[in-house]
Design a protein around this ligand. Structure first.
Ligand SMILES: Cc1cc2nc3c(=O)[nH]c(=O)nc-3n(C[C@H](O)[C@H](O)[C@H](O)COP(=O)(O)O)c2cc1C
Length: 181
């Protein structure tokens, strides 16, 4: 039995490209791995609050992450970064002593036993090094920080036009199909 945690953060519901990709990813993993327990966290249907000083009372969010073998994260680009709903989730996951610690050699990630797959959907096209790209670079950075090497699938050009939308989605679904078992 393996536990998959699916995190969605798109506000566009049925029309969401990132949600199509996270669903396809979970289906693919379930086909490959068989006995799967799926936990879904929809950060739009049930938003987390901003952090406040003195604790959030959201230890269940961290526990759910720690207990998952695989985490599938839907990450649409909103104003060049992740949705604030997803940022609020990350704020519950990066916790000193739980997912990272500061040792003699600097920060050390503690969540390296997890597989994390991130499904990115972006309206435009972002070559590597594009100064406006703060979704993939940001998530790679924070996940590396906690010891995880994430895998990414991408749907790009979604807002350029209907043809590009279709091609972008097809590209993302193709990347999902090629995910390793
Ligand atoms: C509020 C909002 C902000 C957006 N900002 C950007 C942006 O800065 N850059 C970009 O390329 N696309 C932007 N887009 C387009 C989305 O990234 C694109 O539509 C993507 O498919 C969204 O993922 P979703 O289909 O899962 O909702 C934005 C869309 C919305 C709704």
């Amino acid at each position: 039995m393996t536990t998959i945690l699916q995190i969605d953060s798109s506000i566009t519901g049925e029309a969401s490209v990132s949600r199509q990709l996270t669903n396809a990813t979970v289906e693919q993993l379930a086909r490959q791995q068989g006995n799967v327990r799926l936990i879904k966290r929809d950060l739009v249907a049930s938003p987390l609050s901003h952090l406040t000083l003195g604790g959030s009372g959201d230890a269940d969010v961290l526990d759910e992450f720690l207990a998952a073998d695989t985490v599938v994260i839907g990450a649409p680009m909103y104003n060049f970064s992740v949705p604030s709903q997803l940022k609020a989730w990350i704020d519950r996951i990066l916790v000193a002593g739980q997912t990272f610690r500061y040792g003699a050699n600097g920060p050390e990630g503690l969540a390296g036993n997890k597989r994390v797959i991130v499904a990115i959907s972006r309206g435009g096209f972002y070559d590597e090094g594009n100064a406006f790209e703060h979704v993939e670079t940001y998530l790679k950075g924070v996940l590396n920080f906690i010891g995880v090497t994430p895998e990414f699938v991408h749907a790009d050009g979604i807002a350029v036009g209907p043809e590009q939308r279709e091609a972008g989605l097809a590209n993302g679904l193709g990347e999902v199909e090629r995910l390793a078992a």
